[in-house]
Design a protein around this ligand. Structure first.
Ligand code: SF4
Ligand code: SF4
Length: 85
């Protein structure tokens, strides 16, 4: 069940990767597997724009910590709470 959904402003995102490298979940996955891809990352830059990635199939998804929001120089990320638990 998805709880947090990231909205990326495609008009202002520059694809700088700051969100990707600052995300603690991405960091943990990178430490475990030495790479980030669509299977383990919760946010990636694709075609020059940040893309949030969610999957019910895996144990870890975005926890809404907000680090990426703070680190984005373009203020291009917004977090929506899509489910209440
Ligand atoms: S930090 Fe902001 S501008 Fe940079 S890739 Fe992420 S969303 Fe885009
Ligand atoms: S809110 Fe936190 S867990 Fe979700 S993508 Fe941003 S930095 Fe990663």
């Amino acid at each position: 069940m998805q709880i947090y959904e990231l909205k990326i402003n495609k008009n202002t995102c520059t694809g700088c990767n700051a969100c990707v490298v600052s995300c603690p979940i991405n960091f943990n996955e990178l430490r475990k597997q030495s790479f980030l891809n669509e299977n383990n990352a919760v946010i990636l830059v694709k075609n020059g724009i940040a893309v949030p990635i969610y999957s019910d199939e895996r144990e870890v998804n975005c926890d809404g910590c907000g680090v990426c929001v703070k680190m984005c120089p373009q203020v291009a990320i917004r977090i929506e709470n899509v489910e209440s638990v």
